[in-house]
Design a protein around this ligand. Structure first.
Ligand code: GSH
Length: 223
């Protein structure tokens, strides 16, 4: 099975954390011809990463990929069977996908000196989404129960992105103001099963940030 994409993408990182939690079994690589190439678009006309290819089956969209990986890979199940626990896991995933990501991605696209009203609106939306997550998170160190679930993988990508964009926009103290989220973050980032994947993600993000800074410096020098 191949997972195409870069771990600098929180959506790819989310899938990679699921692979790590399940004990491996998937190769990660960049699609050689690029995600806008004819051959990639033939498999995934959405033209985004990640894309999972398992034999003849090509699956885009990180939420769908994560559920698929949970079903086909051996290792502990990441979506509880008990209906209420299952709903809690899916709820945290949905809040992250439907409320947190759109606001964080909007902030990512807005320069610090960009449209002040748009920045304020995206910031308000992101903080509200974090409040929803804080409301539903337990204080057990996991997003649900006493083992890793799809909600831990999903939330990690979302919170990592928020950390990056809030830093860019000078927003501070937001994590400390949400104690359950902060305790969850500390626990998940210290999780030994996830450690190698978390290190891979941190390396990819550092490379991405360095490249962006170099591009910005080059652009500034040319102006
Ligand atoms: N809803 C998608 C979002 C994927 C996504 O936005 N991927 C970005 C990277 S973070 C991408 O491939 N962007 C390239 C583009 O939009 O051209 C998912 O969950 O997989």
């Amino acid at each position: 099975m191949k997972l195409y994409g870069s771990l600098a993408s929180p959506f790819v990182a989310r899938c990679w954390l699921v692979v790590a939690a399940k004990g491996g079994g998937v190769d990660l690589e960049m699609y050689e011809d690029g995600i806008k190439s004819e051959s990639y678009l033939a498999m995934n006309p959405i033209g985004k990463m990640p894309l999972l290819v398992d034999g003849d089956t090509a699956i885009p969209e990180s939420a769908v990929i994560c559920e698929y990986l949970d079903q086909v890979l051996p290792g502990p199940t990441m979506l509880p069977a008990e209906p209420a626990a299952r709903a809690r896991v899916q709820l945290l995933c949905h809040i992250t996908d439907l409320y947190l990501y759109p606001a964080a991605v909007a902030l990512l696209r807005l320069p610090q000196d960009g449209d002040a009203a748009a920045i304020e609106a995206a910031k308000t939306d992101a903080l509200a989404a974090l409040d929803y997550i804080e409301h539903f998170l337990p204080d057990t160190g996991f997003a649900e129960g006493t083992s890793l679930t799809l909600a831990d993988a999903t939330l990690h990508g979302g919170i990592n992105l928020v950390k990056l964009v809030f830093r860019n926009h000078g927003i501070e103290n937001w994590l400390a103001q949400r104690p359950k989220l902060e305790a969850w973050w500390d626990a998940v980032t210290a999780n030994t099963t996830l450690k190698p994947a978390l290190d891979d993600i941190a390396t990819a993000l550092a490379t991405f940030r360095k490249r962006r800074a170099e591009e910005a410096a080059k652009k500034a020098a040319a102006e």
